[in-house]
Design a protein around this ligand. Structure first.
Ligand SMILES: CCCCCCCC(=O)SCCNC(=O)CCNC(=O)[C@H](O)C(C)(C)COP(=O)(O)OP(=O)(O)OC[C@H]1O[C@@H](n2cnc3c(N)ncnc32)[C@H](O)[C@@H]1OP(=O)(O)O
Length: 264
């Protein structure tokens, strides 16, 4: 019973911190994972693990890499847009006072839920190898380079997305499935920020104009409405100056009890 409860707590914590990559995880993480003076996470669950012989806590020895931070593969346009939205974000100044800003950058990691379906643990091999679909290409700039910002006041999201050469569909242009993936990731993250844990129930996409490989586009996500467990989001992918419409989409996200993902 204790073991099962701890697995659930650990899975929930990681779900909120990895899969959904949104701010609400912070409240839980700060209780479960105080950061010590060396910057390493300390977990009360880790201490209990010695008694219960549970699988390793994935964040126990080092901080996870935040993939939404700039790297050498980012083009000047990607960096410019990152700087533009970052300048509108809330920042902590000296003395822990916060400078007001409507936007917030959402961190992004490469691990997803550790304990998945059927109420059973995934095999150790799968646990070790599982990676978030959009963050699983090692070579920087080859796949999905993106960063998501959320506007708390307007309840909108924008993602700056640079599509790498491994995402080719039609010659020299981005694969429709890759476009769907980034749309699902951004709108899903947005819905989670609004409504807590959700799953995509429906995604409807209209492709209006092809996206050149290597280009930087903006994925704009807006909340349409929330009806009970249903969160409706609409989305547009445009050129970085907003002049060209590439893709339009609508998504329906249904709130779930996380036990849904544990097969309970
Ligand atoms: C950082 C990374 C972020 C990544 C975000 C990516 C998110 C994802 O990709 S999730 C993976 C893809 N999605 C899935 O695998 C979901 C699979 N489907 C399911 O698990 C379930 O069908 C689920 C959870 C969506 C809904 O099931 P359940 O909880 O039983 O809800 P259910 O009672 O059927 O429906 C609830 C409401 O939604 C409606 N609904 C459910 N599915 C649909 C649908 N496809 N179309 C329209 N309406 C729907 C129902 O009609 C019902 O409406 P109402 O309350 O008005 O009667």
């Amino acid at each position: 019973m204790l073991r099962h409860g701890l697995q659930m707590a650990r899975g929930l914590c990681q779900l909120l911190s990895d899969k959904f990559s949104v701010g609400l995880h912070r409240n839980i993480m700060k209780h479960l994972l105080p950061i010590n003076a060396t910057g390493h996470a300390w977990s009360p669950l880790r201490n209990i693990r010695a008694v219960t012989q549970m699988a390793p806590w994935p964040f126990s020895s080092s901080q996870p890499r935040d993939y939404s931070l700039p790297n050498a593969s980012w083009s000047a346009e990607m960096q410019r847009l990152y700087d533009q939205y970052s300048s509108m974000c809330e920042v902590e100044t000296e003395g822990s006072e916060k400078k007001k800003g409507a936007w917030r950058r959402l961190p992004s990691y490469n691990r997803t839920l550790k304990y998945a379906t059927g109420g059973r643990c995934l095999s150790r091999m799968l646990q070790a190898k599982a990676r978030l679909f959009t963050r699983n290409i090692e070579e920087q700039g080859a796949g999905f380079e993106y960063v998501v910002f959320i506007n708390k006041e307007e309840k909108t999201c924008v993602c700056v997305f640079q599509a790498g050469h491994l995402l080719e569909g039609p010659p020299g242009h981005v694969h429709g499935g890759a476009i769907a993936t980034i749309i699902d990731s951004v709108t899903g993250t947005h819905a989670t920020y609004i409504s807590g844990p959700v799953m995509t129930a429906n995604l409807t996409i209209n492709y209006r104009s092809p996206i050149p490989l290597g280009s930087v586009v903006l994925v704009h996500s807006a909340l349409d409405k929330v009806e009970g467990r249903k969160t409706f989001i609409s989305c547009q992918v445009t050129s970085s100056d907003g002049a060209k419409l590439h893709t339009e989409a609508t998504g329906l996200f249904v709130s779930i009890n996380v036990s849904h993902l544990f097969g309970a």
